[in-house]
Design a protein around this ligand. Sequence first.
Ligand code: B16
Ligand code: MG
Length: 215
Amino acid sequence: MTPIKACIFDLDGVIVDTAKFHYLAWRRLAQELGFDFSEEDNERLKGVSRMDSLNILLEIGGVELDDAKKEELAQKKNDWYVELISDMDESEILPGTTEFLTMLREAGIKISLGSASKNARTILTKIGLIEMFDAIVDGTHISKAKPDPEVFLLGAKELGVEPNECVVFEDAFAGVEAAINAGMYVIGIGSKETLHRANDVVASLAEMTLDRLVK
Ligand code: B16
Ligand code: MG
């Protein structure tokens, strides 16, 4: 049995529920382009990078655009999103998160973020959790999106631990795949049906204990 030295957390859907803000901004863009975008469609964007999300949205609307126009629209969506998250505070932290992070710190287990979001630092600062993290790996550091393991491998490297000494917490299917590809133990946050590839699944971090980290 390998001792666990670090935990790596996805942000959106694990620590905070920003999916609702992403949805509002993407729907506004879709409506401007003349089509509707449902909450069900939004499920496909969870854990996916900004540009990949735009490509999925355009595919749903049957819209084809050149790269320059896509850059412009991705920027526009992000401006709306940044405005929507501007009022976020600690009340947005998902249940059990602060308690579990505190438990890890007291046990001497290192903590990293492993998120696709380029807004991760802003969000962690707004919700007052940034000081809890020993490393922050986000969308500004990576070139390959989940399910590529890059984001989690970089987290392990920053913390100076081996992949098999890490546990990843993820809410998205692609993120669970990324953790498996990194050779890490992965705990899914959400439903067993969607996250059946994870080693373990909990409804939220409120269910987590240190014992549950052990393989
Ligand atoms: P941004 P995560 C992901 O964050 C979100 O789940 C996904 O919906 C979003 O498109 C992506 O970040 C990029 O976010 O536009 O803020 O750079 O789940 O990997 O923490
Ligand atoms: Mg996520």
